[in-house]
Ligand binder design. Structure first.
Ligand code: ADP
Ligand code: MG
Ligand code: MG
Length: 939
């Protein structure tokens, strides 16, 4: 039997179903599904995405069987509709619609009313007794076909439409008809004001335009029209917009697009007809209420095109109560069936409702969370499903700052007429083209993209902008839909703004905003302000808090944070951090006066080391004395500087311990190379010399002596503590004394001291000895018999050699923390600072699936981690295992950490909730996979 390339749907039946998205595309699969569950859908058929693949692999030729299958499915469609394709009295008209497995809004164009020609238009006119409608459909068809299938520019047709409208305006005696600007003209003469003769004239001119651009007559044979349209859909799979969309959204592995050929239903048959789009719940807030927009006497894209401003769906209640109720019923039916919020499109033909599309609705993170929690309460889904549905990357949006309310009240309003199209707050400099948005953002600037309206060509600029503002279009306009998808703040359709893209400025009443001026957008309220408004950090509460509570009950992996200050610690604990996994002590040295003390230490340290080395080699007592006296000065300076630093560090640790109230705190000893703390430029060195009263030469010499060819592999990490043991001593002393002080105030403490960059167990042995001796000294000094809290000593695993020798290291270390930044750097051999030059290409070519510094390279670096885990557990069964690289906040990496049995992940405060959610999802996914295996075994 020939391979099946086409699936039919209609009259309450369908060959396909919702599970077949890969083959039928989202649109086709759901048209089939809706048809199956008894929702009114105009009949039609879907050509599979596989044909698209074959088309491209086979130098744009179709499998030969396709033609016959199109014929027979057209027959079927004719049978159920009682119309005939190409008939001049009772023509079957169809739409030709693209649709891939993943929805790509606005990416591929639809052709409506296909099947019309010079004869059929007369037939349709007679049959419906509605010539206006017939000719309106024909002019739309010529324009869409010309534009989508043949690339005739829109403006050519639009220009013609404008001409006709001017003529109508004159006829109606409207003053200045010739000089009206386009917007005013459209307002006075909407499309619906054109009469039959105007439309006939338009059709005549449109056909001329078509010929002018294509050098061909407008095709009159419907079968020819259909094949050209199908070609166009498959062709659009690889147009620039579609490619850009797939690139930005990282969409890979699709066969191509499917093509849907569907009987037309007409929303442009008069005032009892119309078209609209809707969501089963509010996609912006998640509120459980029908939401959408509609237009009467309109077809297809009119609602989203922004030419006429659509009405909120509630208005349909007044216009046609029966249809409104029916939509409510369908909304409930869809949700009950799909168990998720749906985004749908509908058309009313002479008082009868048809559904033309449904799909899982895109939503803001805020709505996603509310809908998931509500659906659990309504019994539609369970908690696990609710958790799985939230995309961890989306959580980021909930953590976006909002405006400080008091500051916002005081701010200068530019426009209040906009719609709250995508929530959040954004500040940026105004730019007026997508290209500028891209360029400015590349130059490191925050921009707000301001446009009359956006179109798919703007997508890269929209992606680069902090926020989007449009003067035209509704809640389902291109700008609004895309911004919500991107999680980007958007104010749409601010009708009081005069957007002058050419002169790069916009006006609202007296106020003017020029290119480069700062503005602030409130996407939750639809307000635009002049200037910058202060932002405040978000909180975990409401439905978000509920989801996170559920997640915590399910997850097994601990989630800690990387924090160096009491403030960061506090923020992270509020986000649910269960401790600190990485406290970097060096950041503390940069603040205020400390850097001076630290630099004093650095300026003396190298000399101390040289003289000490000399002493070791010297036997001559006279010389020894000489060296010792030389050593005295620098050594005093070195030790004094450390003494100055001790109380400062102690105080920092006290602050952090107080915030943690007994939660574990892993503190890493000094890690970066010393030269990072000295100025490298002449002016900085001069200033330092002056401030410290040290000769400039001395500073230059030190900088010179500390210079390294490859600092990443140089004198850093525990290598510092080994050559300068006093630093380790001072830091240990600060940690332990801080812990004792806090403990004295009846606050629990749980310090863990971490030695960085160990590659050889002997390094750890030496450092541990210093740490233990320091503790012993403190105990003796303070006459403490037994420390009143536990102190763990462990190491980072970030050098490949450490991963390989983890068995030996675990005998000395009580915990491992995988420093996956360095482990990736040394494991892949990519310098973190230079990899940017080629990694982009590597990802594009698929050498690495994603940037290994952002998402753990599971096959390579991950293997080292797994191996070290196994070896570590073998040597010490209760060893604590964590990860503290950037990867601790990356969802995929977190799930990997769960699978290999780590104790916790640690990430920056703002990623803590992402990690918690990912950890819960890891458990749920694991359970589901196990269930699947069990089910398979049973079969
Ligand atoms: P998109 O993928 O951009 O949403 P669609 O294929 O859904 O494009 O088509 C856009 C619009 O065209 C639909 O929302 C609907 O209003 C109209 N449309 C498509 N097919 C038909 C049809 N068979 N009858 C009436 N209107 C249609
Ligand atoms: Mg659609
Ligand atoms: Mg490191």
């Amino acid at each position: 039997m020939a391979k099946k390339y086409i699936y039919f749907f209609g009259k309450g039946k369908a060959e396909g179903n919702a599970e077949m998205k890969h083959l039928l595309g989202g649109k086709g699969a759901n048209l089939a599904e809706m048809s199956r569950i008894g929702i009114p859908v105009p009949g039609g058929f879907t050509i599979t995405a596989e044909v698209c693949k074959i088309y491209y692999e086979n130098s744009k030729k179709y499998p030969i069987e396709l033609y016959g299958q199109i014929e027979s499915n057209l027959k079927k469609l004719e049978n159920i509709t009682n119309k005939k394709f190409g008939d001049k009295n009772n023509p079957l008209l169809v739409s030709v619609r693209s649709g891939a497995a993943v929805s790509m809004p606005g990416m591929m164009d639809t052709i409506l009313n296909l099947g019309l020609n010079d004869k059929a238009v007369e037939g349709l006119s007679n049959l419906t007794n509605n010539p206006r409608f017939a000719w309106d459909s024909y002019r739309r068809f010529i324009q869409m076909f010309g534009n989508v299938a043949k690339g005739v520019p829109h403006h050519a047709f639009e220009h013609e439409l404008e001409e006709i409208k001017r003529r109508v305006a004159k006829r109606k005696g409207i003053k200045d008809a010739d000089s009206l600007v386009q917007e005013a003209l459209n307002r006075q003469i909407p499309d619906t004001a054109l009469e039959v003769d105007d439309l006939k004239m338009l059709v005549k001119h449109y056909k001329e335009i078509y010929k002018e651009y294509t050098h061909q007559d407008f095709p009159q044979d419907p079968k020819k029209q259909l094949m050209i349209a199908i070609d166009a859909v498959f062709g659009s799979w690889n147009n620039d917009r579609a490619i850009a969309y797939r690139e930005i959204n990282n969409i890979k592995g699709l066969l191509g697009t499917a093509v849907n050929i569907q009987m037309m239903v007409f929303g442009n048959m008069g005032d009892d007809s119309g078209t609209g789009v809707g969501f089963t719940r509010n996609p912006s807030t998640g509120e459980n209420r029908l939401y959408g927009e509609f237009l009467m006497n309109a077809q297809g894209e009119d609602v989203v095109a922004g030419i006429r401003t659509p009405f909120p769906i509630d208005g349909l209640k007044k216009k046609n109560k029966k249809i409104y109720e029916e939509l409510q019923n369908i909304r409930r039916k869809l949700e009950k069936h799909y168990k998720d919020m749906q985004d749908f499109e509908f058309t009313i033909e002479r008082g009868k409702l048809y559904m033309l599309q449904t799909r899982t609705g895109k939503r803001t993170a805020q709505a996603a969370v509310k809908i998931a929690v509500d659906m659990v309460k309504e019994g539609l889904i369970n908690k696990e499903e609710a958790i799985i549905r939230i995309k961890p990357e989306q959580i980021d949006q909930l953590l976006h700052p909002t405006f400080d309310e008091i500051e916002e009240k005081k701010a200068k309003v530019f426009s209040k007429e906009g719609l709250p199209a995508s929530p959040g707050a954004a500040i940026g400099q105004a730019v007026f083209s997508a290209k500028d948005a891209e360029d400015w953002a590349k130059g490191g600037k925050d921009v707000i993209l301001c446009r009359l309206e956006t179109s798919p060509e703007d997508i890269r600029g929209m992606n680069a902008a902090k926020g989007i503002l449009t003067a035209r279009g509704g809640m389902t306009s291109h700008a609004a839909v895309v911004a919500r998808g991107m999680g980007k703040c958007c104010v749409a359709g601010a009708g009081d703004i005069i957007m002058d893209e050419k002169s790069r400025e916009m006006r609202c009443g007296e106020l003017v905003v020029k290119e480069g001026d700062w503005i602030s957008l409130n996407g939750s309220k639809g307000i635009v302000y002049i200037g910058k408004i202060k932002l405040i950090s978000p909180k975990v509460s409401g439905p978000f808090g509920t989801i996170m509570k559920w997640a915590d009950n399910i997850k097994k992996l601990g989630v800690r944070t990387n924090a160096d200050t009491p403030h960061d610690t506090k923020v992270a604990v509020e986000f649910g951090a269960e401790g600190i996994g990485l406290c970097r002590t060096e950041h503390m040295f940069f603040e205020g006066e400390r850097i001076t003390s630290f630099r004093k230490m650095i300026l003396a340290a190298p000399e101390v080391r040289l003289l000490r080395q000399a002493l070791e080699q010297e036997n001559n007592p006279q010389k020894i004395k000489e060296i010792e006296s030389k050593l005295e000065g620098p050594l005093t300076q070195y030790l004094n500087a450390l003494k100055e630093l001790l109380p400062l560090q102690r105080k920092d640790f006290e602050g952090i311990f107080k915030e943690l109230k007994g939660k574990p705190c892993t503190i890493r000893l000094l890690d970066p190379p010393l030269h990072e703390f000295l100025p490298h430029d002449a002016s900085g060195q001069k200033a330092l010399s002056k401030a410290m009263g040290v000769p400039l030469e001395k500073i230059k010499d030190t900088v010179e002596s500390l210079k390294e060819l490859n600092p990443m592999l140089g004198h850093r990490g525990c290598r510092l503590g080994i050559t300068y043991p006093e630093i380790t001593e001072m830091q240990t002393q600060a940690i332990i004394e801080a812990a004792l002080n806090v403990h004295k105030n009846k606050i629990k403490v749980n310090p863990e001291i971490m030695v960085p960059l160990v590659g050889n167990v002997k390094e750890l042995v030496l450092q541990k000895e210093i740490i233990l001796n320091t503790i012993k000294k403190i105990k003796k000094e303070k006459k403490i018999k037994k420390m009143p809290f536990e102190i763990k000593i462990g190491t980072m695993i970030e050098v490949p050699r450490a991963a390989l020798t983890a068995y030996e290291i675990a005998k000395v270390a009580e915990f491992f923390s995988f420093g996956t930044n360095d482990l990736t750097q040394m494991g892949c051999g990519f310098s973190r600072d230079d990899a940017g030059k080629f990694l982009g290409d590597y990802v594009k070519l698929g050498i690495y699936k994603t940037d290994p510094f952002q998402s753990l390279d599971i096959e390579g670096v991950g293997k080292m981690v797994e191996m070290a885990v196994a070896l570590g557990k073998k040597a010490r069964h209760n060893i604590k295992l964590g990860i503290c690289g950037e990867h601790g906040g990356d969802s995929v990496s977190v799930k990997f950490c769960h699978r290999i049995g780590l104790t916790y992940v640690s990430c920056s405060p703002f990623r803590v909730t992402i990690a918690r959610l990912s950890a819960a999802q890891a458990v749920i996914e694991e359970n589901r996979a196990k269930k699947k295996v069990r089910r398979k075994k049973k079969q």
